[in-house]
Design a protein. Structure first.
Length: 95
């Protein structure tokens, strides 16, 4: 069964990570796990919020079954080195 994911981005005023590159890497991994990118929030089973820096201007999305917040080099408030962010997100989804 295909599951649905949406990505939300901060405004990008002070990024310390490449948000679009990270989205692409995460999406590649999710597609292997039978996730599909959608545009409409109301259908999303997972929301991945990508903030470019630790300020995390966007922290939550109401109405989503599950959300993961990336804020610079952290995932759900846990420090994660840049090259391990994608794996960390994938591990959270697999739980």
């Amino acid at each position: 069964m295909t599951r649905k994911v949406e990505f939300i981005f901060c405004g990008g005023c002070n990024p310390c990570i490449d948000r679009l590159e990270l989205r692409d890497k995460i999406l590649q991994e999710l597609e292997r796990q039978d996730w599909k990118l959608i545009e409409q929030k109301e259908d999303a089973q997972l929301t991945i919020i990508i903030n470019g820096c630790p300020t995390a201007c966007i922290r939550d999305r109401e109405g989503t079954l599950m959300s993961i917040v990336i804020a610079g080099e952290s995932v759900n408030s846990y420090p994660i080195k840049g090259k391990f962010i994608c794996k960390s997100v994938s591990d959270l989804i697999s739980l």
